[in-house]
Design a protein around this ligand. Sequence first.
Ligand code: NAD
Length: 354
Amino acid sequence: MNILVTGGAGFIGSALCRHLAADPRNRVINLDKLTYAGNLASLRAVEAAPNYRFVRGDIANEALVGALLREEKIDRVMHLAAETHVDRSIDGPGAFVETNIVGTFHLLKAVLGYWRCLDAEAARAFRFQHISTDEVFGDLPLDAGLFSEETPYAPSSPYSASKAASDHLVRAWHQTFGLPVLLTNCSNNYGPFHFPEKLIPLTILNAIEDKPLPIYGHGSNVRDWLHVEDHVRALVEVGRCGRVGESYNIGGRAERTNLEVVETVCEILDRRRQRANGARHRDLIVFVTDRPGHDRRYAMDISKIERELGWNPAESFEAGLARTVDWYLENEWWWAPIRSGAYRGERLGTLVAA
Ligand code: NAD
């Protein structure tokens, strides 16, 4: 199978490229603009593989996308390229509209043009997989049920609004033009190669460096956590057996408050390393002013993907988190240039993330 992955230099995209390229029957084309979040160091394991190719470019470049689709005879597009950090979407929503909405529109146009020229058999087998988030469903009260695939969209942040818009565009390209699409909405991912502005890597790295561990508000916001490798497996299953035009919720059945997540990281680190004077890592926690429009809770009902495709999360949150902490402890070569500012001139480590 010839697969075009967009955003393959990001956190989830790079995990997907590593997974797909491990199967020699796949040919993986990674199209990524390399924004601040794109990092080719995350692809070191596959960069020399004969079935992997990296192309630097923008999903909004229809001519480039069209040429790639034709040249590589693409059977499947897996669309992950996006601006993804909620805090950044509050400070500068323009890039989110440009990439997540306008970029997805141009990508869809290029893909539709290509798909219409395929022979009948190839057109039937072709899939456009759109990777989205649980945040499109908005704020879930602490005492309410779970988001299902039928939950109405009610995004709160510029990020989630732009992802919601892209989901609608993808559905429209199916309903109106017949493009064979599949959508997935996934909960918060964690795991290796996660950019250190997000809650878990920021907490691990600040704790290692004895820096404050910032938590929004009282730390009571609840997220449902899934290991990135479980997400990748789900995406492959949806691509293989998902029903065209359908969307599937993906989640970890691991609801935790932000405070619980940070405290668990601290407990794992207490077992791995000693701080000076016998202090505990949790002593570094500081509560900071809450983010505007901060949704209280996201939680996914994953019964549809379990029932139809037999997928469920394999890794428990505590085991996956311990593995992730160990990965950061062992892979300073990856994160040190990002933290020091040697990477793209951005200095990280004081950002507040959740
Ligand atoms: P990320 O920010 O780590 O990576 C995004 C990648 O997209 C980067 O490599 C970046 O360079 C690339 N990119 C940005 N704009 C581009 C453009 N115009 N053209 C080409 N490439 C571009 O993101 P992530 O956390 O890996 O998320 C990937 C996808 O999964 C996103 O669509 C996101 O909405 C979705 N998602 C993420 C999570 C999560 O917890 N991280 C959960 C559910 C869904």
